[in-house]
Design a protein around this ligand. Structure first.
Ligand SMILES: O=C1CCCN[C@@H]1CCCn1cnc2cc(F)c(F)cc2c1=O
Ligand SMILES: [Mg+2]
Length: 485
């Protein structure tokens, strides 16, 4: 039927599941943790990909494609890098009726696939920097509760893998990529994120340091790692002997980065902007930004109305706006309003006999339901302004809601209370890993433990003598904490 039967503020999990299906983004699949990405979702992925791919090409990063399959010897090249992840690795053990000699893993990430070839290709300093990216799927056979886009056993991502002669070059690129991820979230998906550094405990164990953009879902009070940009240091260069002869003729190891964002981005956008009428799409990532709906009245100049709708779509398209009309005669205008609201189309344009007579259209915003009559003559200009306004408004509202969820705390009592209120906690921390593990232990529960999300680049002042919220030791940095996906 029309509309969403679960309320976002009452039953978030059921609401989300219904919205992604009714909005025609996802179809559930008979294998748990696997989902069908329908065109309404794929078009969002493609719009982001078009932006990101163009940006990395400006950085002289080249796309490539490495095999999906990883031999077990290669995957387990370094025990410590894989050990914690072993349960997630999916293996091919048969073809047809016959067992494979050696089981073959399906890539969960491509370091071990790529880096033996980095070692082969990189000889001298002229081979550097080597900067590759691939757009592909990865498989991680996770067991924690699967959620469309947010946690699935197969997902789409881009993974960048770069190698430099110096640490400075690597450090610089880590931040350039992190800024692109912020742009994906804040400029395209209208989702506010916090740039920061992961703790030693939360970072990618195989790397030197991990930078992240952290999002937050107010309804569940959970942080979500939006995208990551790792500096790997020389750890993998050592592991895979990726050396080069530097300008002084000495043998040196390369400095590497790896970075990714995934289809999880789409799920975060849905969770942040969606409402009880369904999806709410930011115009920048909406496949259809404007849907034009004819509102015929008995037989009052129906053809004239249809012609006006077609002309409206045409002039919007010519102005670069993604507009469509819904001429289906087997659905009522009211049904169409609900349908396109469910799909989250940012702007609806209605044209009925009165509008035709007054040479105007009625525009209705999806974000705040505002109705505005626009003279046909000003159509393109006004629609462009409205779409920009919707994009900005979605970000502003999301940022205001996210900021309202941030609690600055100084003591353990305040920490526990804020956690219970589904807040994202900003607290002074002594930056000791043991203390972080202790926070996890002390906050274990069926809602999941609290963990450090990131230490924000944007550090508030830390007065001398400020104590760590958990250990009482001298605090070293402000850190965000919370439950997470
Ligand atoms: O996060 C990124 C950016 C893109 C390239 N990879 C890095 C680190 C990935 C960390 N990671 C994450 N998950 C994994 C799951 C596995 F089953 C497994 F064998 C290995 C891993 C694993 O290394
Ligand atoms: Mg994982």
């Amino acid at each position: 039927g029309l509309g969403v039967s679960y309320k976002k503020d009452e039953n978030f999990g059921e609401w989300y599941s219904e919205v992604v299906v009714n909005g025609e983004m996802i179809e559930y699949y008979d294998i748990s943790g696997c989902y069908i990405l329908r065109p309404w979702a794929m078009s969002i992925w493609e719009i982001m990909q078009t932006f990101f791919d163009a940006e990395i090409k400006k950085m002289k990063i080249k796309n490539c494609y490495f095999p999906l399959f990883v031999s077990s010897g290669v995957l387990q090249k370094e025990k410590d890098h894989i050990e914690g992840f072993a349960p997630e690795v999916a293996w091919v053990t048969k073809s047809g009726e016959s067992e494979l000699e050696m089981p073959i893993a399906i890539r969960p990430t491509s370091e071990t696939v790529m880096y033996p070839y980095f070692s082969k290709w990189i000889r001298g300093h002229r081979d550097l920097p080597l900067r590759l990216n691939q757009w592909c799927n990865v498989v991680r056979w996770e067991f924690s509760n699967p959620t469309p886009f947010i946690r699935s056993r197969e997902f789409l991502w881009q993974e960048g893998h770069t190698a430099f002669a110096t640490k400075e070059e690597a450090d610089t690129e880590v931040l350039e990529i992190l800024e692109l991820y912020r742009c994906i979230y804040e400029e395209f998906l209208a989702v506010p994120v916090i740039k920061g550094k992961k703790s030693e405990h939360e970072k990618f164990a195989g790397g030197l340091y991990t930078m992240t953009v952290e999002a937050f879902v107010p309804n569940t009070g959970r942080g979500v790692q939006g995208a990551t940009s790792h500096c790997l240091g020389q750890n993998f260069a050592k592991m895979f002997e990726i050396n080069f002869e530097n300008e002084k003729g000495e043998k040196a190891m390369v400095w590497q980065n790896s970075w990714a964002y995934t289809t999880r981005t789409i799920g975060v956008m849905i969770m942040v902007h969606g409402d009880d009428k369904g999806l709410v799409l930011p115009p920048k990532v909406a496949a259809v930004q404007v849907i034009v709906i004819p509102v015929p009245y008995k037989n009052a100049n129906t053809q004239g109305i249809f012609d006006a709708c077609a002309a409206t779509v045409k002039s919007l398209n010519e102005a670069g706006i993604r507009a469509d009309a819904d001429f289906r005669e087997n659905y009522s205008p009211g049904w169409k309003y609900s349908h396109w609201e469910m799909k989250g189309v940012p702007l609806r344009i209605e044209i009925g006999p009165k509008d035709l007579a007054n040479n105007q259209v009625r525009a209705v915003r999806r974000d705040n339901a505002a109705k505005i009559d626009i003279p046909m003559a000003d159509l393109v200009e006004q629609v462009k302004n409205m779409l920009d306004n919707i994009q900005q408004n979605l970000f502003d509202v999301a940022k205001q809601k996210r900021d309202a969820c941030i609690h600055v705390v100084h003591t353990w009592e305040e920490f526990v209370e804020a956690l219970g209120q589904k807040k994202m906690i900003l607290a002074p921390w002594c930056d000791e890993e043991e203390v972080e593990k202790d926070v996890k232990t002390r906050t274990k529960g069926e809602m999941g433990a609290a963990k450090s999300l990131c230490s924000p680049f944007d550090q508030p002042p830390l007065p001398e003598g400020t104590l760590c919220l958990a250990s009482g030791k001298p605090a070293k940095k402000w850190t965000y904490w919370g439950r997470s996906y």
